[in-house]
Design a protein around this ligand. Structure first.
Ligand code: SAM
Length: 280
């Protein structure tokens, strides 16, 4: 097995006449050390079925194949999805361990095998929706490491009471414990992005409730942070019809109506949602 370096990535791109697409977030990793590091941080073992979103030219895919039992790679770009098995065949002795799916990750509903770990250099413009979608649809994913834009990493791993804490932090916390896992230099990418990147790791935890509660909780989270400088009684007033109705509801749930959403942990949002009507 040989991993892909800068020269191979450029050669591959040239042979495909590939002009990296900004809208698809195509910044390819050209430093194989970072790929090995990501797989190590993710703790991928030979018992794992790894799910990779956006394999691109295959840098991370090859590193994953070295450690996992198998890899499922979901790539939206047809040219890249078609090339990937060819690249893997050239560099890896068990190319049958790779399954490539040419699809939008946001439309992924089921898979033929149950992935246990998510490892991806996510397309930055859709990183949060992709992560939340996969955590929702694939409960077999226990852990993962994803590379995202630095600000998004800080938000995903944000704590109550900080400016980073917001919708991504609380929604991700419904599914998992999320932690920052280090910064990544711009120089490991081609083309170099004009934003910084960071890794986040997550470990799935028992969800605080069922799907009905999750939907209500997420509705309340969206409303609370849509006007994050407002107190909860006022931010949730349109959901309850008036701020006095919202205040009464918050008091019943044991939540101080003068708090802002940014002060509440996921458990606080669940407490509000668990008293909300079913047609909420
Ligand atoms: N993993 C590769 C690497 O590290 O070099 C490429 C990462 S690049 C940041 C993001 C990849 O995601 C691109 O290959 C892009 O085509 C793909 N992509 C973008 N949007 C996608 C989507 N909605 N579903 C699946 N793949 C997507």
């Amino acid at each position: 097995m040989t991993l892909l370096g800068a020269a191979e990535i450029r050669e591959l791109a040239a042979s495909l006449d590939l002009k990296p697409s900004k809208s698809l977030g195509q910044n390819f990793v050209i430093d194989s050390n970072i790929c090995t590091k990501i797989v190590r941080i993710a703790g991928v073992t030979s018992d794992d079925i790894a799910l990779e979103i956006g394999p691109g030219l295959g840098s991370l895919t090859l590193a994953l194949l070295q450690s996992a039992a198998s890899v499922i790679a979901v790539e939206i770009d047809h040219r890249l999805a078609t090339q990937l098995p060819v690249t893997v065949e050239k560099h890896f002795e068990n190319p049958e361990n790779l399954t490539v799916i040419n699809q939008d990750a946001l439309a992924l509903e089921d898979l033929s095998a149950q992935p246990t770990v998510l490892v991806a250099n996510l397309p930055y413009n859709v990183s949060v929706p992709v992560l939340l979608h996969l955590l929702e649809k694939f409960p077999s994913i226990r852990t993962g490491v994803v590379m995202v834009q630095a600000e998004v990493a800080d938000r995903l791993a944000g704590h109550p009471g900080t400016k980073e804490y917001g919708v991504p932090s609380v929604k991700a916390a419904w599914w998992a414990d999320v932690k920052g896992a280090g910064s990544v230099s711009r120089s490991v990418f081609w083309p170099a992005p004009n934003v910084d990147s960071k890794l986040v790791s997550f470990t799935r935890r028992a969800t605080p409730g069922d799907e009905a509660l999750r939907k209500k909780t997420f509705t309340i989270i969206d409303a609370a942070f849509a006007q994050r400088r407002k107190m909860l009684r006022s931010a949730l007033s349109s959901l309850y019809g008036s701020s006095s109705a919202a205040e009464a509801h918050l008091q019943r749930a044991g939540i101080d109506p003068t708090l802002r959403g940014e002060a509440l942990e996921i458990s606080g949002f669940c407490a509000i949602a668990s008293l909300a009507p079913d047609n909420f």
